[in-house]
Design a protein around this ligand. Structure first.
Ligand code: PLP
Length: 448
């Protein structure tokens, strides 16, 4: 492939130098520095990225479940470059064309009357601002959030997060109340909707519904296992929230922009949340950017009084321009429909793997948002690795992927399958062939 010239005139660094300097002078997130083992990526196009020493990786995680339109789309690159030429930055107190156009476009795309947006730098601060908006709108403080969730690494967002990334960061943030999970750890299926909703009602009764500002949830849980709720669950949550005046915040940072085969995952259940947060797919990560969309009556509450919140980079012109270009690509290329269609192809690969490998205890996907659960025993669904842990088998799979040029997200006992929405059938088959071979390593860990 053609490689664009480097931004500097310096001699290019070797892959080893890139890794060594990155590790010496920058801090890697979520892992001990001695464990961090980054790949020296140099360029990317379509479903693949290429390393500085010439290796090719099939990107089966769209980097961070985020490069929905695939890598290196020239239409988006040109839009970003054009915006940089015209106006690289403007204070959030000004108005500009990309902001005006993107606000209107999102009002069109989002369900119901989610017609006003507040733009942020990414997903965590979209959730911070959604919670702040809910608190200022309701005058209440408590926020319901589930264990099997990730909402971002900043103050309130990490406190709302339920997964173990919260443990080191939660002290001192008040007001988060844990809501029951609709899908329990170590189970192949979600809870039946009526049981999950009854559990939720009970927590709200104990807490006092009138003291709760919001319930934040991922409509389909992402990094905690592609957990698709039972039909009726989200509609039931909507009804319970309405009854208590609790605002429903749908965190669609990962699920938005076609990932699940709809523009937004809530559309699968016909639910309109009060606030909807987005990032990742909004710009396909070409520029860091996020947004909170709010229903009209919430925006109206801030006509006479200020929304007390802000960011230097709110409505950044480069972010707005990138988002507009990405949305146009999704529309022009029919990527939402493509995600739904290719999701069927993904399901048949999942089914084939489950038929061939006793270590595959379950699989789920909605559009191109997918996961395989690896188990030691299908009858008990005993996971191939413990919660917040790993195992020899999962490590061996990780090494196999690395050696065979597959970039996929492994967590606990799960293999996520979240490629760009542009992936072809052949590329999808290539990725699943590598997974197929790797699963022999997991089959060896099956009991009996
Ligand atoms: N919400 C969800 C559902 C996410 O998956 C993520 C990131 O993975 C976030 C929020 C945080 O987004 P960011 O990393 O852009 O702050």
């Amino acid at each position: 492939m053609d490689v664009a010239p480097s931004a500097t005139n310096a001699e290019p660094l070797s892959a080893d130098e890139i890794v060594a300097l990155s590790k010496q002078y920058t801090l890697y997130e979520w892992v001990a520095q001695n464990v961090a083992d980054p790949i020296a990526v140099a360029t990317a196009k379509g479903s693949y990225f290429y390393t500085a020493d010439g290796r090719r990786f099939l990107d089966f995680n769209s980097q961070s479940m985020s490069v929905n339109i695939g890598h290196g789309d020239q239409r988006v690159i040109d839009a970003i470059a054009g915006q940089a030429q015209r106006l690289a930055f403007a204070s959030p107190f000004l108005a500009h064309e990309p902001r005006a156009r993107l606000g209107r476009k999102l009002a069109e795309l989002t369900p119901g009357d989610l017609d006003v947006a507040f733009f942020t730098n990414g997903g965590a601060d979209a959730n911070e601002n959604a919670i702040k908006l809910a608190r200022q709108f309701t005058g209440r403080h408590k926020v319901l959030a589930r264990y099997r969730s990730y909402h971002g690494a900043t103050g309130v967002a990490i406190a709302a997060t339920g997964d173990p990334r919260r443990w080191a960061g939660e002290a001192g943030v008040s007001g988060i109340v844990r809501a029951p999970d609709a899908h329990k750890w170590g189970r192949p299926e979600p809870e039946p909707a009526d049981r999950a909703l009854a559990d939720l009602e009970e927590v709200i009764m104990y807490e006092g519904g009138h003291t709760i500002a919001a319930f934040i949830l991922e409509p389909v849980v992402g990094a905690n296992g592609i957990l698709i709720p039972a039909d009726g669950y989200l509609q039931g949550v909507r009804e319970i929230c309405d009854r208590h005046g609790i605002l429903l915040i749908a965190d669609e940072v990962m699920t938005g922009f076609g990932r699940t085969g709809r523009w937004f995952a809530v559309e699968h259940w016909g639910v309109v949340p009060d606030l909807l947060t987005m990032a990742k797919g909004l710009t396909s990560s070409y520029i860091p950017f996020g947004a909170v969309a709010m229903r009209q009556h919430i925006a109206d509450a801030f006509r006479e009084r200020a929304y007390v919140g802000g960011l230097t980079y709110n409505s950044h012109p480069m972010g707005c321009a990138a988002a507009l270009a990405v949305i146009e690509v999704i529309e022009q290329d029919g990527l939402v429909e493509r995600s739904a269609r290719m999701g069927e192809v993904m399901r048949s690969h999942h089914e084939g793997l489950m038929a061939r490998h006793p270590s595959v205890g379950g699989h789920r996907n909605l559009g191109l948002f997918g996961v395989l659960d690896l188990v030691r025993d299908r009858r008990t669904h005993e996971p191939m690795a413990p919660f917040d842990g790993t195992s020899e088998e999962m490590q061996a799979i990780h090494r196999h992927f690395r050696e065979h040029g597959l970039y996929a997200f492994l967590r606990y006992n799960m293999i996520h399958t979240n490629p760009p929405l542009t992936i072809s059938e052949e590329e999808l088959a290539e990725g699943f062939d590598i997974i197929d071979a790797a699963l022999a390593l997991a089959d060896a860990g099956v009991r009996g």
